[in-house]
Design a protein around this ligand. Structure first.
Ligand SMILES: Nc1ncnc2c1ncn2[C@@H]1O[C@H](COP(=O)(O)OP(=O)(O)OP(=O)(O)O)[C@@H](O)[C@H]1O
Ligand SMILES: [Mg+2]
Length: 234
């Protein structure tokens, strides 16, 4: 099954008199449970594509389906509910809340979006912190963590509530090469452990090597698709 389907998707941004086609007639399929990368130079449309998948923006033309749901015509409220039910996000700048501990950052989506009690959250938060190797740091605050530890916490937060799909826009851009490799390996291991589909963007050739499915964008167009054997059945 494909968890994300783009059919002839164009995204145009208008600023004043000028229209920029950030994505041009893109057709692609992302297999469920795959470890997929969007790659391409700056301005090629990677963030635009992730924002469309994340229901943070809507296509100008074409159709986009995510987890079986057509993305067109959703209200803000429906979009938020869809994200809460199906998606997790990892950001380049980690985006942890500075006043919350590691434990509380991971617990936050369950408390705020799922409205679960502290007690009900505990088993899942504890399990995820252990999975990303942060159980010993649970009481620390983001300012006390290294970049790699922050991103491991953010990966745990993205996975809490068991989303089908995690979107990560340049998740390794603010990490040194070795830490970047470790975070990518961790995300892949989380895919293996939880069956979560991961879609991430990167500029870094050593990071893109880790992807099983690779979509190359240039100037808003899909110019190449690479897949490890058995990943994309065309
Ligand atoms: N909100 C917006 N308004 C107008 N133009 C935009 C907007 N967002 C993106 N663009 C334009 O769309 C194109 C694609 O941008 P996008 O951010 O998707 O690229 P990217 O591949 O993520 O680049 P980078 O590697 O620098 O993050 C660029 O030309 C950009 O200037
Ligand atoms: Mg970008």
């Amino acid at each position: 099954m494909d968890i994300v389907v783009f059919d002839n998707v164009t995204k145009a941004y208008r600023s004043g008199e000028v229209t920029v086609d950030a994505l041009r007639d893109v057709t692609l399929r992302i297999p469920e449970k795959s470890f997929t990368a969007l790659v391409g130079p700056s301005g090629s449309g990677k963030t635009t594509a992730l924002n469309l998948i994340g229901c943070l923006d809507q296509p100008t033309r074409g159709t986009l389906t995510v987890a079986g749901q057509a993305m067109a015509g959703m209200s803000r409220r429906q979009g938020a509910a869809f994200r809460g039910a199906h998606l997790g996000f990892v950001f380049q700048d980690f985006s942890l809340l500075p006043v919350l501990s590691v434990y509380e950052n991971v617990e936050y989506p369950l408390r705020m979006i799922r409205r679960m009690s502290k007690k009900a959250c505990r088993p899942e938060v504890t399990r995820l912190l252990a999975s990303v190797g942060m159980e010993d740091q649970a009481d620390k605050y983001p300012a006390q963590l290294s970049g790699g530890q922050k991103q491991r916490t953010a990966v745990a937060r993205a996975l809490v509530g068991q989303p089908a799909l995690v979107l990560a826009d340049e998740p390794t851009a603010n990490l040194d090469g070795q830490t970047a490799q470790k975070v990518i390996a961790l995300m892949k291991r989380m895919r293996d452990e939880f069956g979560t589909t991961f879609v991430f963007s990167t500029h870094d050739p050593r990071i893109m090597e880790q992807a099983e499915v690779l979509f190359h964008l240039e100037d808003g167009r899909l110019v190449d698709t690479q897949a490890a054997p058995g990943e994309v059945d065309r």
